[in-house]
Write a new protein. Structure first.
Ligand code: GLY
Length: 406
């Protein structure tokens, strides 16, 4: 039997795919689906999220996006969802991402990004401000131009985790609601986990560590928490047709429309350790920038605000595969891409992606986004409190939030 530690979208996906492949599996998590997956916006956007020096991540993201339509259809069927509702039950939408620029500097940066994307052969279209507003009439007249990534998609992660839990339940996969306090080691190998409550421990043939930002508390893996604050606004009529992201004087914001009328506005990127407080400053910056791009957001009702912890790695690429310790497999460090990369993660562990496995192998050569040519630490909104790469210094508590991904 395999033990999967972590009931976020990654852990649940692995458990579901292992079970479908005929393997006995048990999931361990004190509160499945309530961590980073609960806070995530659900962008399946490898093209519009591409970052200088992160081509390996792009390759992984593109491959995983390709898997999403059949993954969602199989999940809906296994979970017993009505595939005709909410786009297959998980609100999967493939209407593309529109990346827009507010100021002259933002437009110049977007132009450079477009050059980079074209050099990589990515399908993007450069648009004028007027063309952007033709696609999204609620955009502000001040939007100067944009970049459409027509192949990008998004999904509702909360629906996905609910569907995964339902699918696992229907397959009879046990879910142990307990916190893992340590790994059981015998003769240099991992043989199970110890728990903070009854039954005290679980033994298995192998342990898959998918505990997100908490993974480093259980194993020797370089993963750190990167806080993201996000808000959900409720709109009687959808304000946007597609996912819109934008740069406002160097600060980044994205707006993701849900099928039920909600609009997700995100997200801060803060290096504050295990801090999940929602702060006035974080929400203020999100709303300030969102309003510059789509003024109508201020009319909307606030439905929910939440902070989650992304599991960041030094090179922003997840660790997927054997850990080097017998019995322990890693599936962690998905940072900004856990939802996008969940199908690929399970596929790599099942040996279905031999060519991509080396890119995310825990034993890959150590590189960082700050090490290559064209490296950037990104820009920040307000003070320079963090870096896009995560390779920079950690600000102390109380530092202003940083939102930067390029
Ligand atoms: N992928 C979006 C985020 O991490 O905020």
């Amino acid at each position: 039997m395999d033990l999967v530690v972590g009931g976020g979208i990654v852990g649940l996906t692995i458990a579901w795919r292992l079970s479908r492949a005929g393997r006995a599996v048990t999931v361990v998590d004190p509160a499945p689906g309530t961590g980073a997956s609960h806070a995530a916006a659900g962008m399946l956007a490898p093209v519009s999220e591409v970052t200088y020096t992160e081509e390996p991540l792009l390759r992984l993201g593109v491959a995983s996006l390709r898997r999403w339509p059949s993954f969602a259809a199989e999940l809906a069927a296994d979970a017993g969802l009505d595939a005709s509702t909410a786009r297959g039950g998980v609100d999967l939408r493939a209407d593309g991402t529109l990346d827009v620029a507010f100021g002259a500097d933002d437009l110049a940066a977007l132009g450079e990004l477009a050059d980079f994307m074209e050099k990589l052969g990515l399908p993007v279209e450069r648009l004028t401000g007027r063309e952007c507003r033709r696609l999204e009439p609620m955009l502000a007249p001040s939007v100067r131009g944009g970049l459409l990534a027509p192949g990008d998609a998004w999904v509702d992660p909360r629906r996905v985790t609910a569907a995964l839990l339902a699918a696992l339940d229907r397959r009879g996969v046990p879910l142990v609601r307990a916190r893992v306090s340590g790994l059981l080691r015998e003769g240099g190998a991992v043989r199970g986990v110890s728990l903070d409550r009854a039954p005290g421990e679980l033994r298995g043939d192998g342990v898959v560590l998918a505990a997100g930002a908490w993974s480093a508390e259980l194993a020797d893996v370089e993963v750190r928490p990167v806080k993201g604050q996000i808000m959900r606004l409720r709109s009687p009529e959808p304000l946007l047709r597609r996912c819109v992201r934008g740069t406002v004087h160097g600060a980044h914001v994205y707006l993701v429309p849900r099928g039920d009328g909600e609009l997700v506005v995100g997200a801060t990127q803060e290096e504050l350790g295990f801090d999940t407080r929602v702060t006035a400053g974080g929400l203020y910056e999100l709303l300030r920038d969102a309003r510059e791009l789509v003024p109508g957001v201020t009319e909307l009702e606030v439905a929910d605000v939440v902070a989650g912890l992304r599991p960041g790695t030094p090179d922003n690429v997840p660790y997927i595969g054997p850990s080097g310790t017998p019995g322990l497999t890693l599936a962690t460090g998905h940072h900004r891409g856990g939802v996008l990369l969940a199908p690929l993660t399970a596929a790599v562990l099942l040996g279905e992606e031999p060519e991509l496995a080396a890119l995310c192998s825990p034993s890959r050569p150590r590189t960082g986004p700050g090490t290559g040519p064209g490296a950037t630490t990104g820009t920040t909104s307000g003070a320079t409190s963090g870096t896009a790469s995560g390779a920079g210094p950690r600000p102390g508590p109380g530092s202003p939030p940083s939102r930067s991904w390029r």
